[in-house]
Design a protein around this ligand. Structure first.
Ligand SMILES: N[C@@H](CCC(=O)N[C@@H](CS)C(=O)NCC(=O)O)C(=O)O
Length: 225
């Protein structure tokens, strides 16, 4: 039995972790959980006080929060692979895109999703309109970055990409936006979705899902009643 257990909640940002493990070539046990109906089921919530996906376990340790899980696994099991060393010329680029992925990009889109689920007419509220504009401005920034770079930190895939990819793909089951205006993100998605590790991870984590890899978003996964 491998020491590392990855708890994946259906159609959630925890899909990042099996993908990471496949990129690192490490063994892990994958446990799958269905949503009930929108949030994580009680047995998932019981894993960690945060009750959020992803959650991983390594022996006695239980850890949540995507970036913490990614950093822990890369250093504990992957010899620091997919992290950029301080001596490398693209170190600051890596830090920026690694942290902005979950510090700005993902929270911005999540906020947009909450607003949408609440059913509020955003066009009638200046603050909410501002939130949504800001969220899409971060997507635009990524698109600009990817114009001359195959991956966020430069020529090679890093942990910054592992954290970011979800925001342009399956996140759109929750916050449906088109990629029409983001041609470089479209190419990025194509590039990553052809990686063996990505394909292998998604076939294990989301075996029944047609992934949101197209330009237009999929039908929402959950519609509030
Ligand atoms: N910043 C956190 C966010 C975690 C988060 O909100 N995860 C969502 C899945 S996308 C979740 O757990 N939703 C189910 C629930 O709240 O019950 C992270 O990156 O781990």
């Amino acid at each position: 039995m491998p020491p590392l257990t990855v708890h994946h909640l259906q159609v959630s940002q925890s899909e990042r972790i099996p993908w990471l493990c496949e990129e690192l070539g490490i063994e892990y046990e994958l446990k799958l959980y269905k949503r009930s109906p929108m949030l994580a089921p009680p047995e998932y919530k019981a894993l960690h006080p945060a009750g959020s996906a992803p959650t991983i376990q390594d022996g006695e340790l239980t850890l949540a929060e995507s970036a913490a899980c990614v950093e822990y696994i890369c250093h504990k099991f992957g010899n620091g692979k997919l992290f950029v060393k301080p001596s490398a010329p693209n170190y600051a680029d890596f830090l920026y895109w690694f942290h902005s992925a979950n510090g700005t990009l993902q929270p911005g889109l999540s906020r947009g999703n909450m607003i949408k689920l609440s059913g509020i007419d955003v066009t009638k509220n200046q603050i909410l309109t501002l939130f949504q504009e800001r969220a899409m401005a971060t997507v635009k920034m990524v698109d600009t970055r990817l114009k001359d770079n195959d991956y966020l930190a430069g020529d090679e895939l890093t942990a910054a990409d592992i954290l970011s990819m979800w925001s342009f793909t399956d996140m759109r089951f929750w916050y449906p936006y088109s990629l029409e205006e983001y041609p470089n993100i479209q190419r990025y998605i194509k590039r990553i979705s052809q990686r063996e590790a990505y394909k292998k991870a998604m076939s294990k984590a989301e075996p029944d899902l047609k992934l949101a890899l197209d330009i237009e978003p999929p039908k929402p996964f959950f519609a509030p009643s």
